[in-house]
Design a protein around this ligand. Sequence first.
Ligand code: FAD
Length: 805
Amino acid sequence: MKTTARVVVIGGGVVGCSVLYHLTKLGWSDVVLVERSELTSGSTWHAAGGFHTLNGDTNMAALQGYTIRLYKELEEITGMSCGLHHVGGITLADNQDRMDMLLAERAKHRYMGLETEIVGPEEIKKIAPVTNIDGIIGALYDPLDGHLDPSGTTHAYAKAARMGGATIETQCMVQETNQRADGTWDVVTDKGTIHAEHIVNAGGLWAREVGAMAGVYLPLHPMEHQYLVTDEVPLIKDMMADGIEHPHVMDPSGESYLRQEGMGLCIGFYEQPCRPWAVDGTPWSFGHELLPDDFDKIEASIEFAYKRFPDLARSGVKSVIHGPFTFAPDGNPLVGPVPGMRNYWSACGVMAGFSQGGGVGLMLAQWMIEGETERDTFAMDVARFGDWISPGFTRPKVIENYQKRFSVAYPNEELPAARPVRQTPMFETFDQMGAVWGFQYGLEVPNYFAQGDEPRFETPSFRRSNAWEATAREVKTVRENVGINEVHNFGKYRVTGRRARAWLDEIMAGRIPQPGRVSLTPMLSHKGRLIGDFTVSCLSPNDFQVTASYGAQAFHMRWFEQNAMHGVRVENISDSLSGFQIAGPNAKAVLQNASRDDINSMKFMDVRQITVGRVNCTVQRLSYTGDLGYEIYCNVLDQRSLWDALSEAGKPLNMQPFGMRAMMSLRMDRFFGSWMREFSPDYTPCETGMDRFIAWNKTADFIGREAAEAEKQRGADRLLCSFEVDADDTDVNAYEPIWVKGEVVGFCTSGGYSHHLQKSLAFGFVPVGLICDGLEVEIEILGQMRRAHLITSSGFDEDRERLRG
Ligand SMILES: Cc1cc2nc3c(=O)[nH]c(=O)nc-3n(C[C@H](O)[C@H](O)[C@H](O)COP(=O)(O)OP(=O)(O)OC[C@H]3O[C@@H](n4cnc5c(N)ncnc54)[C@H](O)[C@@H]3O)c2cc1C
């Protein structure tokens, strides 16, 4: 056995083998995979082998498309068969919400180059004759759907990796992973130790145990899952006689997926009475085993399936496969460099290894070899969960995810399991004031405040929800008077030390402000992509406060640590620094009422130490609402006292709280972009207009400079534009296609209703060559073409009087 390697991949399931193959494909051949038994010995061998592109996250869907297309390549390279059956698949809809979701998916697929199609009941019957179409209103047909041989495919990945120089050690159990002082790893196995620069945890069912060897907690949990294979089905036999294979049928209402298996059918269920498996850890003794059949669990699902697919009821059950596989709390994989660790990579929590394994392997190999991925991977980044996550959160969330696997996923939906986890000191007060809560990176955040007999629950919907009135009310409060909300859900960092400015100048592309001032700056990756959208405040020459998205804390801290500089201390103070923002024309009066300090002389983008009531605060004059506003930061222990002071000062002016729904409506009036919507690693500064914040003339060689300068010279091919949309009951959410003269030319990043301007607005990318004054486009929202036109100003506070006010 080799004793040194550049990379040791732990785990020979489909994911580990895909990672190994992609590492060799991208040029690293000194790589070893270590498998405790034979390849496929975890979840992989008993998978149903189905694959599909449908995924609520657009980048995940694109990676699923990549995975599916890869199988032909693998077969060509290795001469091995993956047992591919590209039979196509349909996802049924038996209600309008489900249909809306499919229409939104279909719309996204247009610019992703996926040839899906919406089909009606009669066509469904023709394509998938086992389906009883009673009550079905339509379906999404995807010709790429199909199934394969899980074992053959895994072995094909392994062979392709070996052909690229990789080594595979089977019957070799990793017992310890010990890090040396230089960041390299000793991977201790029962056959000896391999000294490696990097390790990849692809331990699948045992990923938790493998992680624990290095002190890493990976938020995933195995769930039991069951599918049945029937005896021969006459209809299938007849179709086969005509050389036709039956396509896959996903029936979300029945929580089932069905496909042909031999001359029979195979049907699996995501049943509601589901069960987590191996709650206290996956036993090392678990081998090539199945769990005992459990028909009780799936009784209701089977009953439903017999109605939807009557042929099932007429044929006997030939075999039952009941096995475990792992899920992360949101069902997406856990991939990338584990925050807080050096050279430790995660490739776990992959619940659909045959739809996602190729994409996971490609992204991880790019990350390891090239330093970053070609597209935004946040939806599967292991850093999307922070250190607040625990097994107590993961388990119920995984159960919820399993149960909702086939549920309609609404853009405004708040999922209840395992909440609340974290609350600010304002929770009780806001709750009593009617807060309708949202969840952000573990934290309860008010979405809006219900009044009177308004329900305390926002109806999940693709259309305008019952939060409409409350949001309108809160927007009006801010634009006409003054509103207050917490600043707790900002990611906050303190950067101190004699080289703090030098470090910020290198890590941020924008201008770093002088003491007492605030600036906005993008943070770029080496390839010039947007990896942050920051506000930097200079408190004193060697002391800076830096804020960005709350949900990106682990993502940003990982980058800060990877680019650490001697003489600089970077602390994540997101949860120790709290406070409020007040915004609206009367914001200054409220702050002045609460403080004896001179507020009047504070200019836009100033930052000062101010005593508000009894609390020493850092106050900066700016607001994401685009209005006159102040962000008032204090120690979290002072937050209640600060609230008392501000709410008392706001009483004469009838100051009211506002939530995130209003905030997102307000920010649009000034065309402010939002992290992971307009600004993400998929986009660049020139494309998004963030180039205006780049300090091209500063001397520092900031990260991403070369790429950003090259793009500036070349010019962007597409630009982020704003549109006014002719919408009625539904607005742009994200990723709707933008059409010009019958052709898809771009897509939306976000949108919504501006309650202040009483307009439906959208933001999206359009090729530069098409952009002109008043450009007329159509935006496809839930299958309907909505007229829209490009606008360069929303008409709100054009002379910036309110900001300066
Ligand atoms: C009943 C069922 C049906 C399914 N159907 C589908 C489907 O139709 N389509 C689909 O895409 N997915 C399906 N899945 C899910 C799919 O099986 C998984 O997504 C996939 O197998 C995960 O692969 P993996 O490589 O991450 O993990 P695993 O397959 O669990 O592999 C992990 C490997 O790591 C090895 N290992 C662990 N610890 C160590 C150690 N210390 N030292 C050395 N080696 C170690 C294990 O032996 C194992 O071989 C199904 C799952 C089940 C249970």
